[in-house]
Design a protein. Structure first.
Length: 234
């Protein structure tokens, strides 16, 4: 057995027992220190702890630094093939950002691939899918959403059936349609194109118009019945 780099072991002292590899300096503050002859600038000057397996591939932990004091840490594995090639699977940069499938994480967790989870909880913030701009929405999706069911909880329109509700006359409705081109309370085509529509709000408005229409029909039926009664009594 040959020792290429010196090994220094220290017992006792002011710190913990330590082992230094690649250095003759006593190590009294860390359990294990690995040091090389050159400064490990960037990935080309890496420090690896490699785990080799007989008749198989290998895994490794890699450490290196940038051009100043910042350091990086990587975890590497090899594919299940006869050609052994270590590849970074997880990367931690000097800002603490973690990259999985990428060595250039731009956020605290940056994943280049698909995530599968039993649950996903976000306590604060917004989510964007297909876009980088949420435009202030809690969930922004640039695309088509397919769902078996969507539940919204808006204010409902049962106030139409209350006795103090002022039902617009059909003459008032006709005048509004002629002037605005919409039913009272319904957004115009231009408004919808500019601002979109809310599912809950729109359903409540449609229900309000259905309930108003029901009251018109009931009132007209009462008038028809009165006319029938007058004709019958003549």
């Amino acid at each position: 057995m040959s020792i290429i780099n010196p090994i220094c072991a220290q017992e006792g002292g002011t710190g913990v027992n330590g082992l230094s590899i690649g250095s003759t300096t006593n190590n009294t503050y860390s359990a294990l220190v690995i040091q090389g002859a050159n400064k490990p600038y960037f990935e080309s000057g890496k420090r690896d702890i490699v785990f080799k397996f007989k008749d198989a591939g290998m895994s490794a932990v890699r450490a290196y630094r940038n051009g100043w004091y910042g350091t990086y840490l990587q975890f590497l594995t090899s594919h299940d093939t006869t050609t052994v090639s270590l590849r970074p699977r997880m990367h931690i940069d000097s800002f603490g950002r973690v990259g999985i499938g990428t060595t250039n994480p731009l956020k605290e967790l940056d994943v280049n691939g698909t995530i599968r989870a039993n649950s996903f909880i976000i306590t604060n913030g917004n989510i964007s899918i297909g876009t980088a701009n949420t435009e202030g929405y809690k969930l922004a999706v640039n695309g088509i959403i397919g769902a078996a069911e969507i539940i919204v909880k808006p204010d409902w329109a049962d106030f139409v059936f209350k006795k103090d509700y002022k039902l617009p006359t059909l003459c008032e409705v006709k005048k509004h349609i002629e002037e605005k081109g919409t039913l009272p309370g319904i957004p115009s085509d231009a408004d919808v194109k500019a601002n979109g529509v809310g599912l809950g709000e729109t359903n409540a408005l449609l229900l309000q118009k259905i309930e108003e229409l029901t009251l018109y029909v009931i009132k007209q039926q009462e008038e028809i019945n009165e006319l029938k009664e007058e004709i019958k009594n003549k």
